[in-house]
Write a protein that binds this ligand. Structure first.
Ligand code: 9YW
Length: 433
């Protein structure tokens, strides 16, 4: 089974390569997405490390002067009409080494340092030239990765406690997660916006799987609000309707500091390595102080506008397991939550027992391989080897039986969304290796 799965995964990554970057899926997502690039690099490390580095470079060549890494880098060869909202809607000036490529003005979880470290670690399996290349790529990426962290921990430190806030649900990567429902209820839903803009996703995907029109009108409205001040973060809390501290985004932020510590070590930057470890520690403390709910014994998103935790129990609440300094009480709580009837292995994106659990609709129920991959990593970080192996085997079975889909039905395993999805294929390679 594993050779067959390995080969089919490699074919997906070959098919979705677009010259200097990988698309998540040819039809649905015809540009480059930020955190997809990180997951994809982790798989490319096994079959084509040169492309893993090329893909990361293509993304960071579009980094903004303030350090933010855009959530989409648009491919100028793709027509505006092929994706909404496209470059004209975002209206971002072209930055960096690829002036023809527009980008969005929002971010996604900063998983790239973790990915770069994994690609580097794998290089020795491909010979000396590859190791040399990997070191040179780390040298190039390191200051850019640091600038990304600095942007998120300073300009996006809207709550003042050292965590990064997301200012759009798309920034979480978990677009229509119930984790945002309470905060999104305060965002005006102007449905007339959708008469001005046409949703392209509904031409290529089933409407029952996708965010609703009401969701989309809020998504569009939030972009218009952020765009109005040229995506400035100054005083954002007082003039923007959505600002949330997400446990998953911030757990990845902390994991990135630890990966940067490793990278700094390889590059001989010992003093910087210590600073990164210290930052990871502080992020962990802030996540526990601000996002842990002792009653539910799991992590929740904090709405900065109301100062309240979302009541929803989502897979994002399990992600702080990625942090090695997470205290035992939280590790035990999260593990119990993951093993409970609410989740299980592989974990669905939302509490199975919730009244509004939706088996089809995107981040409101279906199983996604990327967050399960992160969960497995978290289990390994805490030495939970048996659980990690159980989860790995469950993911491999799912993808082998149903294909490299974007997401999966949490009861039947049926593949949903895009059928040849890059991060599912890439992470399958890592799970098999
Ligand atoms: C969109 C590309 C992206 C992912 C997100 C996922 C979805 C929809 O697809 O976003 O149009 O951006 O929610 O995590 O990066 O695969």
């Amino acid at each position: 089974m594993s050779a067959e799965l390995w080969n089919s995964a490699a074919v997906v990554l070959e098919t979705n390569w677009s010259g200097d970057h990988m698309v998540p899926s040819r039809r649905l997502y015809p540009h480059q997405w930020s955190w997809d690039t990180a997951f994809i690099a982790i798989g490319l490390a096994y079959v084509n490390p040169g492309r893993a580095w090329r893909d990361l470079r293509s993304l960071f060549e579009a980094q903004w002067p303030d350090g933010r890494v855009p959530h989409i880098v648009f491919d100028p060869a793709t027509a505006e009409a092929d994706y909404f909202p496209g470059p004209a809607f975002w209206g971002v000036p072209a930055y960096g080494a690829r002036p023809a490529n527009g980008s969005t003005g929002i971010v996604q979880p900063p998983l790239h340092a973790v990915a770069a470290w994994k690609v580097y670690r794998r290089a020795s399996a491909h010979g000396a030239a590859c190791v040399q290349e990997a070191r040179a790529e780390l040298e190039w990426l390191y200051p850019r990765l640091v600038a990304q962290q600095d942007y998120l921990t300073t300009r996006r430190n809207l709550g003042g406690a050292g965590l990064a806030s997301i200012v759009h649900p798309w920034e979480s990567g978990l677009d229509n997660s119930p984790a945002w429902d309470a905060a999104m209820a305060g965002v005006p839903a102007d449905l007339s916006l959708l008469t001005t803009y046409r949703r392209r996703d509904l031409d290529v995907a089933d409407a029952a799987h996708r965010p609703t029109d009401r969701d989309y009108s809020r998504y569009v409205g939030l972009v218009l609000s952020y765009r109005a001040e040229s995506y400035s973060d100054t005083d954002l809390l007082s003039r923007h309707d959505f600002a949330v501290e997400c446990p998953s985004f911030n757990a990845i932020l902390g994991a990135a500091e630890l990966a940067l510590a490793q990278i700094a070590g390889v590059l001989g930057r010992t003093a910087e390595a210590a600073v990164h470890r210290e930052r990871a520690h502080r992020i962990t403390d802030a996540i526990v102080a601000r996002l842990w709910d002792p009653r539910s014994r799991t992590f929740h998103a904090r709405d900065l506008r109301t100062g309240t935790l979302s009541p929803a129990r989502c897979v994002s609440g399990l992600m702080p397991l990625l942090l090695p300094d997470l205290p035992a009480e939280q590790v035990e709580g999260v593990l119990a939550e993951a093993r409970s009837a609410r989740f299980g292995f592989p974990a669905p994106s939302y509490d199975r027992t919730a009244a509004d659990f939706d088996t089809m609709r995107y981040w409101r129920g279906p199983v996604w391989i990327n967050v399960n991959w992160l969960l497995r990593r978290g289990l390994l970080v805490h030495g939970l080897r048996d659980e990690a192996e159980e989860l790995r085997a469950a993911m491999v079975r799912l993808v082998h039986q149903h294909g490299h889909f974007e997401y999966f039905h949490p009861a039947t395993g049926e593949g949903l969304g895009a059928p040849t999805f890059s991060w599912t294929a890439a992470l399958a390679l890592d799970l098999l290796a």
